[in-house]
Design a protein around this ligand. Structure first.
Ligand SMILES: Nc1nc(=O)c2c([nH]1)NC[C@@H]1CN(c3ccc(C(=O)N[C@@H](CCC(=O)O)C(=O)O)cc3)CN21
Ligand SMILES: CC(C)C(=O)C(=O)O
Length: 344
């Protein structure tokens, strides 16, 4: 509204570029901030977060004004780089992908996972690594898996101005010691420990917290107990927001599907059909068509053939030309060949 009034007040009859863009596309959403996320949670407006691992995906998410947070999750290891576990991912690999995502991200708040081992050795080393993510990958915040045992790191990052998204419940970086990817908080004692961790992380300064694979009752309880927004993945629908892995949500592959995954598209089927259509077209020589090919002037082509003749051993009859002389010559040649193979 404000922009429109500004434009009509202009004396020039040439609309500004800004007004032009405004009419053609969605008006760009203002940058999502920690404050606007907190307001959404307070006003019970669900927060929508999805992962991205590359530039085109970040562009696609940024094209939707309702996407609030983009996460460069360390699921990158498995769904994008083919590692068995997220523990194999290096900081350099994360920076390489997060930087590409940052180049495509506009209004969504941009968060990246700190890879396993990059925040565990000492607070100093954790700081050094988080600073690399901020400076080299241009992420706005980092996500850390863990509970009370990592509050020193969370506090240090927060006080120096690197926002932390905490992550409790199922911690994929600890799948070996947990004997697999298991739902957490299923007993009263385990539920109490998840709540204690969440409270400690909020106290240390986390601006938000991911709750992964916990009973929905506990997801609701923790959300009501905290002031910071909770982002659920397998934590029920009462959390402040939801997150899913891009490939799970879009169905880019049909592998193992956790209970909390819903497929919102079937990209795999569409993509596989596209591969088949391409290969069939290549193998049948129906691709490219004449419209999809370049051509040169018949006269230029005839000249080229004359000049090239002495340089190559390609028989002239192998070249297709549409000049009248060449068509005539081909017909003559064909008639001659026919005579040669089927003498009358
Ligand atoms: N594609 C993908 N999606 C994810 O959500 C994801 C990754 N990869 N990689 C990193 C971690 C690993 N995650 C996982 C992996 C498996 C389960 C899983 O199979 N869970 C069982 C629960 C088993 C139980 O406790 O009984 C399930 O059936 O939901 C959950 C989270 C979440 N993250
Ligand atoms: C599933 C989300 C929360 C995550 O941590 C990841 O993508 O690695």
């Amino acid at each position: 509204m404000f922009r429109l009034r500004q434009v009509s007040a202009r004396t020039s009859d040439q609309p500004t570029l800004e007004a032009h863009c405004h009419f053609l596309h969605h008006p760009a959403r203002k940058k999502v901030t920690i404050q606007s996320l907190r307001k959404m949670a307070q006003n019970d407006v669900p927060i929508a977060m999805l992962t991205a691992y590359d530039f085109p995906t970040a562009k696609a998410l940024s094209a939707s004004p309702s996407v609030d947070i983009v996460l460069v999750g360390d699921s990158l290891a498995q769904v994008c780089l083919g590692y068995k576990s997220t523990t194999e991912l290096t900081l350099d690999e994360m920076i390489h992908h997060a930087a590409a995502v940052a180049r495509g991200t506009t209004h969504p708040f941009l968060v990246a996972d700190m890879p396993f081992g990059s925040y565990h050795i000492s607070v100093e080393e954790a700081v050094r690594n988080a600073v690399r993510l901020v400076k080299q990958a241009k992420v706005e915040a980092v996500k850390l898996e863990g509970g009370r045992e990592i509050v020193d790191v969370v506090r240090r990052f927060t006080t120096m101005g690197i926002p932390v998204m905490a992550h409790v419940g199922l911690l994929p970086q600890r799948h070996v010691i947990m004997s697999g990817y298991k739902v957490r908080g299923k007993s009263s004692g385990s539920a109490k420990r998840v709540l204690d961790d969440a409270l400690a992380l909020q106290d240390a300064g986390a601006f938000s917290i991911v709750l992964e694979a916990i009973p929905h009752e506990l997801g609701d309880y923790i959300t009501q107990s905290l002031d910071i927004p909770t982002i659920g993945i397998g934590a029920g629908n009462a959390t402040s927001g939801q997150v899913l892995v891009w490939d799970d949500a879009m169905g880019t592959w049909h592998g193992h599907k956790a209970k909390f995954v819903r497929r919102f598209a079937d990209v795999k089927t569409e993509r596989d059909e596209g591969i088949k259509r391409y290969v069939d077209a290549v193998k049948s020589r129906s691709f490219p068509s004449e419209d999809e090919s370049y051509t040169l002037d018949p006269e230029e082509w005839s000249k080229f053939l004359l000049e090239a003749e002495s340089l190559t051993s390609v028989p002239r009859s192998n070249w297709v030309s549409n000049s009248p002389q060449d068509i005539q010559e081909r017909e003559f040649q064909a008639a001659e060949d026919k005579q040669q193979f089927h003498p009358l």
